[in-house]
Write a protein that binds this ligand. Structure first.
Ligand code: 13P
Ligand code: SF4
Length: 300
């Protein structure tokens, strides 16, 4: 199946991108695995004609926003993101109407229509830089309240939050972390900024998914408790075969991130099935918000 996919990728002049939470067999056959920021940058810069995106819907949509002339395929159209579904443009507009004018920072884990109403996007890797880049004392951050509270803890700006969250990360509680710490007393606890503030308070380091991989590679420590979706254990182990990684909680599983199989990827490439496309009236304002974020990150 892997050989079949590689030959279909060649035939279609396609690139296969995989998020770090995808199943191991998907990560092993992909051209690039990464966090949301790395995958967005690659989607903007690739000269491939087709992008087959192994992740969830907003990721494929972001690729299509950035590269409207390319065909973007999501091998399972039902691979959504529960957090992205927690905000809709009408609700955001109603909140904006109640607040004094201020920039809107929207996490890439959102629909194109919500990005289109935003000043700039951010990911877990660049949220603090994005917030500090804005010439405003007050900012509305959507949809992740945990990411917004994390950013608020690192900036002097007043941050207004939207009450969305990632159920996979929000599920992790201090009691789980304390239990993992007691079980692995020498391990470093790495947490993702989508975790609750009371969990982040217990963290030794807070990073995006690729940030955690780099941190583990550079660290002299040999054991790590991983406070993010459990799919990250695979690339962590692959990059650090001599180190030990333990899930902070086995409950941290995102079902949507596990939907795509190798068969789905092959079928999607064979039939050019599962195209994700954004209508031009939404794409253009959404593009501005995503491109601003990418320009800022590339200038750092
Ligand atoms: P990052 O890989 O950008 O840290 O994002 C995590 C996530 O939840 C993606 O859905
Ligand atoms: Fe969405 Fe959370 Fe799943 Fe990422 S892990 S796709 S944020 S529900």
């Amino acid at each position: 199946m892997k050989e079949k996919i590689r030959s279909l990728l060649k035939k279609r002049k396609a690139i296969m991108l995989s998020h770090n939470y995808q199943p191991p067999e998907i990560q092993d056959v992909a051209d690039l695995c990464g966090d949301s920021l790395e995958l967005s940058i690659k989607a903007a810069q690739t000269d491939a004609e087709v992008i087959v995106f192994c992740g969830v819907h907003f990721m494929a949509e972001t690729a299509s926003i950035l590269s409207p002339d390319k065909t973007v395929l999501l091998p399972r159209e039902d691979a959504g993101c529960l957090m992205a579904d927690m905000i809709e443009p009408v609700g955001l507009q109603a909140m904006l109407d109640k607040l004094p004018p201020m920039p809107v920072v929207t996490y890439v884990n959102s629909t194109a229509a919500v990005k289109a109403l935003s000043t700039i996007c951010c990911t877990s890797a660049n949220v603090v830089d994005v917030v500090n880049s804005l010439d405003a004392d007050e900012i509305l951050m959507t949809p992740d309240r945990n990411l917004a509270l994390y950013a608020a803890s690192l900036t002097k700006k007043k941050i207004h939050t939207w009450d969305g969250y990632c159920p996979t990360h929000d599920r992790l509680k201090p009691a789980d972390v304390n239990h993992a710490r007691r079980t692995y007393p020498d391990a470093v606890f790495m947490a993702h900024p989508e975790c609750r503030p009371e969990v982040l308070e217990l963290a030794d380091v807070i990073r995006s998914t690729s940030g955690m991989i780099r941190y583990a590679e550079e660290s002299k420590k040999s054991a790590f408790i991983v406070g993010t979706e459990i799919g990250l254990l695979y690339p962590l182990k692959k990059a650090n075969p001599d180190k030990l990684f333990y899930p902070a909680s086995s409950k941290m599983l995102c079902k949507n991130m596990k939907k795509i199989s190798l068969e789905d990827v092959a079928r999607s490439l064979e039939l050019m099935e599962g195209e994700v496309k954004v209508s031009e009236n939404i794409r253009q304002p959404a593009f501005k918000a995503v491109q601003k974020m990418i320009d800022l990150s590339l200038s750092k």
